[in-house]
Each structure stands twice: as C-alpha cells, then as structure tokens.
Design a binder for this molecule. Structure first.
Ligand code: F6R
Length: 615
C-alpha cells in the first residue's frame, strides 16, 4: 500500500527519495509525490500512476530545483478520495508552509475537518491526510515548535498513521510519528532517513531504529531524537538490517516474481537450516515458547491469515491434524475479527503473514491476545508489527519478496508448517518413527526436486501459450493439495486477471460441473501413491465428458494420463503429504508465463498491494 521516505543530509535528496520510493513501489500505489526543502522554499511535485511519471516531472522541473537539503516522498494507494493529483501526497496546510505525508487511515477526520474548516482552513482534497496538515499547522501557530505541534496533533487523531511532517520555517528537520502503522529511522553519518519500511533505506544504511506506537522521532542530518507522546526521551536500540541491497535487484530475471520463484530451493534450505539437520534428531523448533507439557496437552489450534497465507494455513491444518491429531480451525482474519469466537486461554493461535503488517490479521491477533491465548506468528518479517505481538515467533527466512504475488514466502510458510507439525507430533509421540524419518528425509530432498522443476519449464511455457487466451479456469484437487488448487488459481487471477477458481474435486459434480464445456479448462492435481489420486482422476474424466480441456499436474508416470489429458505437467516423485511444497511451483510458473504472454504488469498487478494495512 502507501509508502513513505524522508531524508535530511548532504546527499542528492531527489535521488535518495526517488530510490527509496522505487524500493517501496512493490507495495502497490496509484500516485506519487515529494516535497523538497530547497533554499528556504518548500517545493512539491506530484504525479499520477507509476514512478516513471514522477521521474519525468522532476526531470522537467530540474531548472527550478536548486539545492534541496531535505525532503519527504510518498507513494499513495487510494483509500479516501480517488487516485488524483489533488489527492496525492504530500499535502499542505492552507498557506503551503507545512507539508505532510501519511500512511494509514484517520477515522475521525470528518469531525476534525469540520472543526478546521470552521477555523478558516482551506481544504482542497478528499483525503483524510490533508486534515493532518491543517491540524499540525493550527497547533504550530500556537506552540511555535514543530515537534510539539505534531505531538499535540497526534493526540487528537484516531485511527492508524505513520506521518512525516516538514515546515518551511524549520529547515532540514523532519518530524515522524506512528500509531498502528510502521515507521523506522535509518541512521547514517551526517545524514538520516525516515521511512515506512526497510527497503526504502537499505541502499544507504543498515542501522535502523524501529519506532513504536505513539513515539515521535525528530531527525536532522546530525541527530535523531525519539520521544513518547508526552515528550519524554525514549532510548532506542539501533538494530542492523539483516538484508543486503542486492535483494532488491532482479539479478538478470525479467521480473522479481520469476527470480523469487527460482529462489525457492534455497529458501527451503534456509528454513530447514538448524531445525532439521539429521533425520534421527528431533526437529529443533526452539522458537515455540510453550513448554513440552503445554504442547502435549494442546487440543485446540486456530490459524488466522489472509490470501496466500490463508492457503498455507490450510495446508498447516491438514498437516497438524494428520501428524499430531490436534484439532485445527483455519479462518480468514477478516471473518475472525467480526464474530464471537471460541478462542480462549487454552487455544494456540497462529497468525500467518508474509508482510507481518496485514491489518485484519493484526486485529485478529490482538483479539486473541486479549483472550490470553498463546500467539505464535509465522512471518517473513521478524521486524514487523505482527512479530512484535508474538509470544512465539517463527521467522520464515525467505528474504525480501518484492513481487506483489507471494511465491517464495508461501513455500517458506509451508515448510514452517511441516516443521511445526512434525515438532508437535514428536512431542505427542503421535507418529511412527520410521514414518517420521521418511518425511524428514523427503523434506531434505525437496530443494533438489524443486530445482528439477525449475530447470525445465518448457512444458509449462507451452501450456501457458496454449491456454493464455482462455477466460475461465477451474483447478481441482483433494486432500492436502486442495489448498494448492486455491493458491494456483489465486496466482492466475492476481497477475493475469483471468477468472480461476480452486475447487474440491469431489464438489465439482455438486454445481460447478454445470459450467464445464470446451471454453473452461480444468487443471487437476494428481499425486499417485496417496489416498486421493484415483478419485481426482475420475473427477477429471467427468470433466472430460463435458468437453473441458484438461491439464494434469502430476508425479505419475502412467502413460494413460497422457491419453486423457490435453497437457501433462510432470513433477518429480513425491509423497502426497509433502507434495504441496512442489505442486505450488509449476502453478506459480504457469500463472507467471500466462501473465507474461498477455503482457501484464507481473510484479505490480493492478489494484493489489504487498502489505494490506487497512481493514
Ligand atoms: C497473494 C498475496 C496476498 C497476501 C495477503 C495477506 O499473492 O500475497 O493474498 O497473501 O494479502 O498478506 P500477508 O501474508 O502479508 O498477511
């Protein structure tokens, strides 16, 4: 969603802000802007659409940009008011001396706006953000101190915000504040940064201070001061970012999504590293802070997540119930938060999120915490808000994921669930030892098998070419791969805008079969050796009888499959229970190549955001 970057220093302000925004653009946005402190003036530049438009605008206005020494930049994903120039950030007070950029939603903005209008403020946009600009300016007129004005203002705001404020009369000083929206300070030498997320600053510094809710940061080029809402100094720890700037490079791949799909074997090795190193040794999952007795007695787990993470959660449910015999509910966070749940202090609540910033999941986790549940978070962002709410934290170590469509973070979540389910089974003694060893052995083999899939994608590309003109798809599967069908269909929808539905194969004949004809391809996930293979095969026959074109995703070597299906996408031999960690890969690639053939914006699909920070 929206992104913020601020900079004070002797560097090239425009380029630092622009690089910062570029490194945030994967989050999704529809307009961009920056405000520069330039020789006693505040200069504002805004454009609609992609950052290239802002770049062109800045290029065009180069003659008027003299020597900026600080600035704030923003990419906006419209919530209040359409994506338009007037609604793009930065916003100013009536006289234009004070500028603000903002992530989040101010819930009481209408009341504040009415009050400020009655005081003579001149509003130009439909945004909630403009209210902050007028409010801080009003407070500044009284306090004559920008930090104090921000402090007095945020006390009046309800909702979520990360804001950066500059004032013409206080050159080269940025005040940042946050509540329920992330914000951090990047500490440099003779320069300092402030941003909504680490990629914005990683090219310049790894030294980071994470702000907590209700904290206010004041940065100049030589100083960083953090205070609480009452103005008391807060001593903050400087943390080192674990990522290298190279994580934000495509490394020769056409898209980040393709690069991230190809990173999956190493990602799995990373997740397994130190946790599964010997098939005879128990899984080392010290991150789970419940004691063995607590885990032994555990009989209720609830997993809360959204989107792709919700699909990983469905695989997690299957694994935990199968391996450890513990009952697991899975629910979309957006549903969980608006009903009376049975969560209690004996429930283990697991939140799954690649970004760790998804507003619905954060709210759900807070609700679970309020019921004294133990909260376990599985996330790719150990530095996120969600991670900070965790009693136990499993970081999935997938590295930064730039493509909006989640791929490697999904696989990493799946592997974390395998480890967790085995860990629970080992504590409960619910699985036979030789079965456990086999599963562990196969887990260790997974990266090599995925490398095999990635080393020959010609069949998948051929399939994408043949099917890219179809408007509707059904993906069918049973058992542990049902979530794979959901996830494969979601990937296709997200990046190619083709209607695709994941369906339980056995449910086809209870309704969706009515839609089948030669215009509706059916993709079946068939893993032999397990309990669902024959059933999915006969469900595929039913589809064939309705003239549907058939695609098989299978590890079967049976040549009869080639006769039944129009295209067969083969993966290496794998047990059914472990197959979701492989079957997801060809489906990611299929979605990728279809979107690529259709010329879609693969890494930044329309309307989508990488971190969904609004409910
Ligand atoms: C799809 C995708 C989304 C996210 C969802 C939840 O590719 O990435 O469906 O999974 O928005 O986000 P997180 O996992 O960050 O909580």
């Amino acid at each position: 969603m929206c992104g913020i970057v601020g900079y004070v220093g002797n560097g090239d302000v425009v380029s630092v802000l622009f690089r910062g925004l570029t490194n945030l653009e994967y989050r999704g946005y529809d307009s961009a802007g920056m405000a520069l402190q330039d020789q006693g003036e505040i200069k504002i530049y805004k454009t609609l659409g992609k950052l290239i438009n802002l770049k062109n605008e800045l290029e065009q206005k180069k003659p008027e940009i003299k020597h900026p020494t600080s600035g704030i930049g923003h990419i906006r994903w419209a919530t209040h008011g359409s994506p338009s120039l007037v609604n793009a950030h930065p916003h100013t007070c009536s006289c234009g001396r004070l500028v603000v950029v903002h992530n989040g939603i101010i819930e009481n903005y209408k009341e504040l706006r009415a009050e400020l209008i009655s005081k003579g403020c001149n509003f130009r946009s439909q945004t909630d953000t403009e209210t902050i600009a007028h409010l801080v300016a009003d407070e500044y007129a009284k306090a004559k101190d920008l930090e104090m004005a921000v402090r007095n203002s945020v006390k009046k705001l309800q909702g979520a915000y990360a804001i950066c404020v500059m004032h013409k009369d206080v050159p080269d000083l940025i005040v940042g504040a946050r509540k329920h929206a992330p914000m951090l300070v990047g500490v440099g030498d003779g320069e300092n940064f402030i941003a909504s997320d680490t990629p914005a600053i990683i090219e310049y510094t790894k030294r980071t201070i994470y702000l907590e809710d209700n904290e206010i940061a004041v940065i100049t080029k030589d100083s960083v001061k953090v205070t609480d809402i009452e103005g008391n100094i807060v001593t903050k720890k400087i943390e080192m970012l674990p990522w290298e700037p190279v994580a934000l490079s495509k490394l020769g791949y056409k898209h980040f999504m393709l690069k991230e799909i190809h990173e999956q074997p190493d990602v799995i090795r990373n997740v397994l590293n130190g946790k599964l190193y010997d098939i005879d040794a128990p899984i080392a999952l010290n991150e789970v802070k419940l004691d063995r007795d607590g885990l032994k007695k555990l009989n209720k787990i609830q997993i809360i997540a959204c989107g792709t993470s919700l699909h990983a959660a469905l695989v997690g449910k299957y694994l935990i119930e199968d391996f450890a015999g513990i009952s697991v509910d899975v629910e979309a966070s957006s549903e969980y938060i608006y009903r009376k749940t049975t969560t209690d202090s004996s429930t283990l609540v697991i939140g799954v999120s690649q970004s760790g910033e998804t507003a619905d999941t954060i709210t759900a986790i807070k609700q679970a915490r309020a019921k004294n549940s133990h909260v376990l978070i599985i996330t790719n962002r150990p530095d996120s808000n969600m991670a900070r709410l965790a009693d136990s934290l499993i970081p999935v170590n997938a590295g930064i994921e730039v493509s909006v469509a989640a791929t490697k973070s999904y696989t990493a979540q799946l592997i974390s669930f395998y480890l967790l389910a085995i860990h629970l089974a080992e504590i409960k003694g619910s699985l036979d030892n030789s079965y456990l060893k086999n599963i562990k052995h196969e887990l260790i083999q997974l990266p090599t098998k995925i490398e095999e899939v990635l080393s020959n994608t010609s069949e998948i590309q051929e399939c994408a070419r043949k099917f890219s003109s179809y408007k509707n798809f059904i993906y069918i599967a049973r058992g542990v791969n049902l979530a794979t069908a959901y996830e494969g269909a979601l990937k296709l929808k997200e990046i190619s805008y083709i209607n695709a539905t994941g369906y339980a194969a056995g449910e086809l004949k209870h309704g969706p079969i009515a839609m089948l004809d030669e215009t509706m391809p059916v993709l079946s996930i068939l893993i032999p050796g397990g309990i669902t293979y024959e059933k999915v095969l006969s469900n595929s026959e039913e589809a064939k009888a309705r003239n549907a074109k058939l695609i098989a995703l299978t590890s079967s070597t049976d040549i009869n499959i080639d006769a039944l299906f129009d295209i067969v996408l083969r993966i290496p031999q794998v047990s059914e229970i472990l197959s979701p960690a492989i079957t997801c890969v060809p489906l990611q690639l299929l979605a990728y190549y279809i979107a690529e053939f259709l010329g879609k914006d693969v890494d930044q699909p329309r309307n989508l955001a990488k971190s969904v920070t609004v409910e």
